[in-house]
Design a binder for this molecule. Structure first.
Ligand SMILES: [Zn+2]
Length: 101
């Protein structure tokens, strides 16, 4: 395969690419932290990004990189980076009118 020009596909909506440190030829899509997001949403997304890049979350959860569309991290139950917790935080943020809009 020729690699004359390195073209990177567009990431999924609301996401951007990061490269895991241990896998420099791989990229995974992570959420962009939205403007005006409350702390728990920011923290949750930030932890997912840290997990994707470093291979582990600050909560101690290990990461298994799957493919460009996503990755799996074994977050602790109370970690804001856990999808379930982040979803709750985002739902509460939306219920509050997305930062006062
Ligand atoms: Zn975690």
């Amino acid at each position: 395969m020729k690699r004359k020009k390195h073209t990177v596909p567009e990431p999924p909506p609301g996401k951007e690419w990061v490269t895991p440190k241990r896998m420099p030829d791989t990229r995974v899509a992570v959420f962009v932290i939205p403007d005006g997001a409350p702390d728990d949403v920011r923290e949750g997304i930030a932890r997912q990004r840290i997990a994707a890049v470093d291979g582990a979350c600050p909560c101690g959860g290990a990461v298994y990189v799957l493919d460009a569309e996503g990755f799996w991290c074994e977050h602790e139950d109370d970690c804001p980076g856990l999808d379930r917790n982040l979803l709750v935080a985002m739902r509460e943020w939306r219920a509050s009118g997305w930062a006062g809009r």
